[in-house]
Design a protein around this ligand. Sequence first.
Ligand SMILES: C[S@@+](CC[C@H](N)C(=O)[O-])C[C@H]1O[C@@H](n2cnc3c(N)ncnc32)[C@H](O)[C@@H]1O
Length: 523
Amino acid sequence: MSLTRASPITYIQDVPGKGVGLIATSKIPRGTRILAEEPVIVVSETVSTLEAIKSTVASQVDCLTKAQRQTFLSMPSIHPFRNSGEQYLGIVRTVGLPIDADGVSSGVFLEACRINHACDNNAQKSWNRKIKRHTVHALRDIDEGEEITIFYLGQLTKRSERQRSLQANFGFTCTCRLCSLPPKDSEESDKRLEEILRIERAINRGVMDFSHISAPLQMLRQHDIGLPRAHFDAAQILTANGDLARGSVFAKRALDGWIEKEGDDCDQVGEHGPALQDPSKFLVYGFSMKWKTAVDDVPRHLSPDDFEAWLWRRATAGCRKEFADLRDCATFPDFYNCLTRSGGRWQQQCHWCFMAEIVSVDTFLCLRFEVRDVSGKTAPMAFHTEGRGTEISPRDIRTGYTLGILYAERHAFAFGEPGIRQEDAATLKVFPLPMQKLLSLNDSIHQYATAADGARACHGCGRTGVALKQCAKCSMFWYCDKACQTGSWRNLQSSLCPFVFQPTDFDGRVCFPLPSEGVVPNR
Ligand SMILES: C[S@@+](CC[C@H](N)C(=O)[O-])C[C@H]1O[C@@H](n2cnc3c(N)ncnc32)[C@H](O)[C@@H]1O
């Protein structure tokens, strides 16, 4: 067994089935900086040909001390080689860590590159631009003798995807606790991870308002994944609407999280620190003042549970919903009235949705439709989403179906007529019925969902003055009994439930499913 001293709190040792690994010499408390290391070999992204990369790596290997060179050559490579140039490159490609610095893309570190992977890693690696070193921080308390592990992949995806990627890029099968769960537990874990990923993507796209972000945030909290970034987003949304009290709490949580996971000299703290310490410095502060509070309004004497209840109250406060009216051309504009540009994420003050019926379908290179809007104008629509339109279920790709596209903008295509360039599958919804049918359904909904002289009509049989029950799905309709509720057009009604929202109640962009889908609004 080899045993080499690494940093004062770690040593390098053989780990069965993994080569060597980094082990804690003594107990390492959560948040401790375990390593801060400079690279001994760097690969620049400006070097473009394989031969040029090989030659720059070889010249850096030649400059290593004897001990460094020995360590470098003992590192694993999953790439076959015929000569030393290929051998060095194979090692760099297998063990290199990403470096997010001008013109440099990856580097070899004599200690950090000995840290093995686990999907439930106990440490986090990150490149620190300020000190130009790779840092590793303890994500939880690590016991003496415990192996230090980091996460090699970009995102925590489901087990099969992780295994595929680890095998392809690093040549091993992960046997960590998360990967060794029994099939049923693993399936559940996969589902949770997929949901977290969906949330993270939506947060990154900036398409969430606070009522959308609060439940997902609580989920991220449980799993401790991506929390500082999510807290940062929550702080921005709240302060953009003038809520400095709650905004400052989330800002502090983001700051503390980044300091704990990456250190107080990390890039995020450098970039956002001043605003996180004083959220009124956020550029978006006060864009709207509809939730106005002051930092001093943070309650001081509440129990932890009551404090959390206060903090999250913003999520449900003012959740007055009603069916948007498809005939309202400000909210549901025709093609000509869709903006050519949104004016930026925070300049926008209301929701809008372009409705159009599919006239023809083409799938060459990407999914493309010709669509007809409410005023009869036809326009091309092309999917420039990640999946080039494969995100849309084939079941929904039918002429005569109607599309709802949130925040659609007119786009000047290089070749052909102006149309819609759809870049985000989550802002599109297919309604399985023609536009005319949707409009007449809309008219009925407004008739039935509105109380005439305080009396509501049963949405099934039309009778008034009876004890009616509220639809649990959308809270908009009232019924005498189950028989009336399961009437012939119940399905059509549910197809419009997505439009239970207040177009002018704008807390940031939303995506489908809208906050109201599956949520019973407060009444
Ligand atoms: C960056 S190196 C880590 C240090 C390496 N164990 C060594 O001996 O130098 C990456 C390589 O370590 C091995 N490795 C890392 N994590 C592993 C794990 N969880 N199970 C098995 N092998 C692992 C794989 O061979 C992988 O290609």
